[in-house]
Design a protein around this ligand. Structure first.
Ligand code: ZN
Length: 167
């Protein structure tokens, strides 16, 4: 009697473990697909950027930005590229072409490091930095900045409600 009860327990335990394992595998699979899809999107975005900005992005800069800021970054890089293209036409100044070294988030704002930058680029970087705080980091819509777990983040009304953050 005891033996059959034990066997039943073991069988039930095995079924439970198998079920949990199966659910976990499906879950991991979905996450893996999602991560793969996101990284593919990022690669295509980076390819678009590089194609538009061969001079200023020519040195493989470090780029780590939230998805919602991609258009802002694209426009900024394009403007810096146009300035670089103009400088490139003047033969003697080619040694001093502006190059982007890094684009990242610093204190909740977009930070772009550029070597050989001139006044026009400085002005542009300052404007983009201020403007980035008003763009949702998730979708790029109009946003407000606030602190979430000690970190400054920008969220539009919809994504703010989603995150459940309070001001
Ligand atoms: Zn948003």
């Amino acid at each position: 009697m005891n033996f059959s009860r034990d066997a039943l327990s073991v069988a039930m335990l095995l079924t439970t473990v198998t079920t949990i394992l199966a659910i976990s595998l499906v879950d991991v699979g979905w996450h893996f697909c999602a991560i793969l899809f996101l990284s593919m999107m990022k690669q295509s975005q980076k390819a678009r950027l590089k194609l538009r900005c061969p001079i200023v992005l020519g040195r493989e800069p470090y780029i780590a930005i939230p998805d919602g800021w991609f258009n802002l970054v694209y426009e900024m890089c394009a403007k810096i590229e146009d300035i670089a293209q103009q400088i490139n036409q003047k033969h003697r100044q080619r040694l001093f072409l502006p190059r982007i070294i890094a684009i990242s988030v610093e204190s909740g704002k977009l930070n772009c490091e550029v070597i050989n930058r001139n006044k026009d680029i400085n002005d542009l970087l300052r404007k983009v930095r201020m403007y980035s705080a008003k763009r949702c980091m998730i979708c790029g819509d109009d946003a407000h900045q606030f602190r979430d777990s000690g970190e400054l983040i920008s969220r539009c009304a919809a994504h703010r409600a989603e995150s459940g953050a309070s001001c």
